[in-house]
Design a protein around this ligand. Structure first.
Ligand code: ZN
Length: 133
């Protein structure tokens, strides 16, 4: 089931990306709630408590969605979407960034193989006495 692996629907958000955005909104609420002297602006304490509760609920949702303990959920090293970061089968990258990194590595390997093949063709085309030792 794609959802359990954390893979997004085509063009859609993953649950980890959704939780990342809720967590980012929490920090924006906190930023707006504290004045230049580091004091709570009147009426903003409740807003931050609400934002914090929403972020915590979102993280719990990610953990349930991935089927891992909450303690194994953390931000992707590339896009900061919450994913299965810690634990034996955790990964520093979310499934989407991992797929992109693997595709980039495959492209680099293909380029390197093509370059080796081209170099071998150049070497084979040289006259015998000019070949590398
Ligand atoms: Zn990512």
């Amino acid at each position: 089931m794609p959802a359990a692996s954390g893979a997004p629907a085509p063009g859609g958000f993953t649950v980890g990306e959704w939780a990342r955005d809720i967590d980012a909104a929490r920090w924006q609420v906190l930023h707006d709630a504290i004045d230049e002297h580091g004091h709570w602006r009147p009426g903003h304490t409740t807003a931050y408590a609400d934002a914090q509760a929403a972020a915590t609920a979102a993280l719990r949702t990610v953990a349930l969605h991935l089927g891992v303990p909450l303690a194994q959920v953390g931000p992707c090293g590339s896009c900061a979407a919450f994913c299965h970061l810690y634990g034996p089968s955790g990964n520093p990258l979310c499934p989407r960034c991992l797929a992109a990194a693997r595709a980039a590595a495959a492209r680099a390997a293909a380029r390197a193989a093509a370059a080796r093949a081209a170099a071998a063709r150049v070497e084979a085309a040289r006259p015998e006495h000019r070949r590398a030792a």
